[in-house]
Design a protein around this ligand. Structure first.
Ligand code: ZN
Length: 564
């Protein structure tokens, strides 16, 4: 693989839009100054495909049983990561002298596979567990139920003042069960709701948060593959144990029952209510929409098995070399967890999570190895944070972001690694949320030195910026970078990248089949890791903190955070 040699540039790079390679879509802000220090060659040399594959093999092995939080698989994974950091000579990342940040979680499993009953007068309809619907409760209690709870269709369930959008129109839906559509309303006016990019209003997590806000008894989302961005099989995975952070109110302020119904069942429900799903869905995509009582009730009782565990974030630190700046941090993150042992698919029940996210975790170890190899560390300190329970709702990173070991006001940037490129070298890198912050300028400069370009998210409608651990840093205001593999593969047909992505989403994503493939080629991942190393190194040496772009949804939180 060609290592970038054109690193004879000046330490500081004044960004003149003209020097950007034509294909680069980064909305560079002329005059932005970023650091352009040359990364020590010994660090670049420390990143190699063999070590990367070795770590992936260990983490994705059946013996780690799919790395479920709270399992023996967690113990083995955490021990391995801690052992690797220690062997590299990295310092414990927690101020208590350990490499561990405990993350108190509660695990809730619905044990009775209950039937959900819709009733209208004497007419009833039974929905089969897992086949027709899935549900869970976040209530830390032995059971949760809906008892003849009135169903109300609330469209997208969104309140977005900046778009003058309110799906509730002041209607009181407390104690009711809300039937909601996922994603954002598909509007012709692309200035609304981010155009074809999913906004946070479109995320399923936002929908359940709305249920809580409106004191609903239940929330049932209608699953539509295109709109959700993944097949119903992924939703069915939520019938396994669900974790949540332990909260003071034991999550009693959330709706009792949260879940999804299949599209077919939703259509049947609307027919039962004397309504038409398609026409109401169309109405929901208009600002005039008002909630529609369906005249049907829902009843279900979830019996739970509860357990509380201390899962673990693993954290190591490389102390900065500048006395004045070493109490400022660049944080690399990658989640170590996956789905453990679950429903059998094609005879396999171990969810190895080789790409998701043994690859990213191996990437984190590669970053650590590279920084340790430097004769002189960068000025600021570097944290290597492998978080738990990402698959359970970004819980490990949420816990860190809410109870940080190091002040977030001193946290300069986050670079997240969730699924590395396993399909070979590319001439581009995908940046989820391209345009969000000045970190793009660092990425763009480093990519240019590799004769590569940045590319925006190929599927902005899927809301990927809200779907991994960097989002919790961003929510708190820390500029957070979320890269994904490029889509233009060198020496491959133009549609190769899309074809591989679609294959992965359909066959491997959150399935036991996410295993190491003999065809894997990690040279592309090494190229990307070089870029992430260059970004972090330069940000750690930079004279100023990278910022969110003007008007970005996270900028206000940062300004508040940095206020003296
Ligand atoms: Zn992941």
């Amino acid at each position: 693989m060609l290592r970038p040699t054109a690193r004879l540039l000046l330490p500081f790079l004044a960004l003149a839009a003209a020097c950007q390679p034509a294909a680069d879509k980064t909305p560079a802000v002329a005059g932005t100054t970023i650091n352009a220090d040359v990364v020590p060659a010994e660090a670049i040399a420390a990143i190699d495909t063999a070590t990367l594959m070795n770590n992936i093999r260990v983490l994705a092995a059946d013996s780690l049983m799919g790395r479920q939080p709270g399992s023996a698989g967690e113990d083995k994974t955490v021990a391995y990561l801690e052992g690797q950091f220690k062997a590299m000579g990295l310092k414990p990342g927690n101020t208590d002298g350990t490499y561990i940040q405990k993350v108190p979680l509660v695990g809730i499993t619905v044990k009775n596979a209950p039937t959900l009953t819709f009733a209208k007068g004497a007419t009833t309809k039974q929905l089969k567990w897992r086949t027709d619907y899935v549900a869970w409760t976040k209530h830390v209690a032995p059971s949760a139920s809906l008892d003849k709870s009135e169903l109300v269709f609330v469209g997208y369930g969104t309140e977005a003042p900046e778009y003058k959008w309110d799906d509730y129109k002041g209607v009181d839906v407390a104690g009711k069960t809300l039937v909601m559509l996922v994603n954002d309303p598909p509007l012709a006016d692309t200035t609304q709701f981010g155009g074809n990019r999913m906004t946070y209003y479109g995320r399923w997590t936002y929908k359940y948060e709305q249920g809580m806000k409106h004191k609903a008894a239940g929330v049932l989302l209608v699953h539509q593959t295109e709109r959700a961005g993944y097949p119903f099989a992924v939703v069915q995975g939520k019938t396994a144990e669900q974790f949540d952070l332990v909260t003071p109110d034991k999550n009693m302020s959330r709706a009792s029952v949260e879940g999804w119904i299949s599209l077919d069942q939703a259509k049947a429900l609307f027919t039962m209510a004397g309504q038409n799903f398609d026409s109401l869905q169309a109405k929901a995509a208009t600002p005039a929409f008002t909630p529609v009582p369906l005249g049907v009730t829902a009843s279900v009782k979830l019996d739970n098995t509860l357990r509380t565990i201390d899962s673990r974030n693993v954290v190591a630190k490389l102390e900065g070399s500048d006395a004045a700046l070493k109490d400022e941090y660049v944080v690399y993150t990658a989640h170590w967890d996956h789905f453990g042992v679950g429903e059998k698919v094609n005879g396999d029940s171990i969810y190895n999570g080789a790409a998701d996210n043994a690859s990213g975790t191996a990437g984190l170890l590669a970053m650590a190895k590279a920084y340790v190899a430097m004769k002189t560390p960068p000025k600021r300190s570097i944290l290597f944070l492998s978080v738990t329970a990402e698959e359970q709702g970004l819980l490990g990173s949420q816990y860190y972001a809410v109870t940080p070991i190091y002040p977030l006001a001193k946290t300069v940037a986050n670079i997240n690694m969730d699924v590395l490129d396993t399909w070979g070298p590319t001439s581009d890198l995908t940046v989820i949320g391209l345009g969000n912050s000045e970190l793009d300028d660092y990425a763009s400069a480093a990519a240019a030195e590799q004769k590569r370009t940045l590319r925006p998210d190929a599927e902005p409608e899927k809301g990927f910026y809200y779907r991994s651990d960097h989002f919790n840093f961003a929510k708190q205001g820390v500029p957070a970078f979320d890269p994904e593999p490029g889509i233009t593969f060198i020496g491959k047909p133009a549609d190769y990248g899309k074809q591989k992505r679609d294959e992965y989403t359909a066959k491997d994503y959150h399935q036991p089949q996410d295993e190491i493939k003999p065809t894997w080629d990690m040279t592309g991942a090494v190229q990307d890791l070089d870029l992430f190393l260059t970004m972090g190194y330069r940000v750690a040496n930079a004279s100023k903190f990278p910022e969110w772009r003007a008007g970005n949804e996270f900028r206000a939180a940062r300004e508040k955070q940095l206020k003296p």
